[in-house]
Design a protein around this ligand. Structure first.
Ligand SMILES: [Ca+2]
Length: 235
């Protein structure tokens, strides 16, 4: 078999080029949105973000239909949490989307939380990507039986699923296993990190370069095939 070292070397150089390009395209986390509930009474039906993400839009935070409002100065609070297991109706939720022509990658969600003496004892975060089916990492989190504020509770997103997002994604922070239905749970300083970047230019450029490389490789292979055929006249 004839091996063209020039051809192999050329392909290897392009493999290295695309590998470096892939690294260069890695997600650079920025704060996309913050809900600090500045000035809130805590019992509003919904409350907006402190600022909107660049090249995107984030909704107000609101409560699931299973919950009632509860007061909490400069935070957002609810009562009537499930006293048993996970309940699809008991959550704080908001959505975020990139503008047309942009894509979004989500990396981490952080928030502060505090329960009352008879509030929730577990929480988890799910997303609309799978219809709120699976708890995002680290899964169901147990909170200690006290009324302290726990800051920067962190959720991480699987970049395989949460990059290249073109449409709206809703995130829900569920609480459950409350000691009593009058028990409350509040959240504060909800921060979402990730990036929103333009879609078309780079992807169009990459696919253009890829097609160019493909054409060059095919042309080289065809040339080699013709050369070999020329040494093998038809029977
Ligand atoms: Ca606050």
């Amino acid at each position: 078999m004839v091996i063209s070292y020039g051809l192999v070397g050329g392909i290897m150089r392009w493999v290295v080029f695309f590998t470096l390009l892939g690294v260069a395209k890695g997600v650079l986390a920025a704060q996309l949105v913050l809900y600090d509930f500045s000035g809130a009474s805590g019992s509003e039906a919904s409350f907006g973000p402190a600022f909107q993400p660049g090249d995107g839009f984030a909704s107000n935070i609101s409560r699931g239909v299973g919950l009632g409002a509860s007061s909490a100065s400069d935070a957002f609070s609810a009562r009537n949490w499930s006293t048993t297991s996970f309940d699809q109706e008991d959550y704080f939720g908001f959505s975020i989307r990139p503008d047309d022509g942009f894509k979004m990658a989500l990396m981490t969600l952080e928030f502060d939380e505090r329960r009352s003496a008879s509030g929730i004892s577990q929480w988890s975060v799910r997303s609309s990507l799978d219809g709120f089916t699976v708890d995002l990492s680290p899964g169901q989190v147990s909170v200690p039986d006290n009324t302290e504020t726990r800051v920067d509770q962190s959720i991480s997103f699987d970049l395989g699923a949460f990059s290249e997002l073109r449409d709206e994604v809703e995130l829900r922070i569920f609480g459950f296993d409350a000691e009593g239905s009058s028990g409350t749970w509040r959240i504060d300083n909800v921060e979402l990190f990730g990036e929103i970047t333009p879609v078309p230019e780079l992807d169009t450029w990459v696919s253009g370069v890829f097609m160019g490389v493909l054409a060059a490789v095919c042309g080289r292979l065809n040339k080699l095939a013709r050369a070999r055929n020329s040494r093998c006249p038809p029977a």
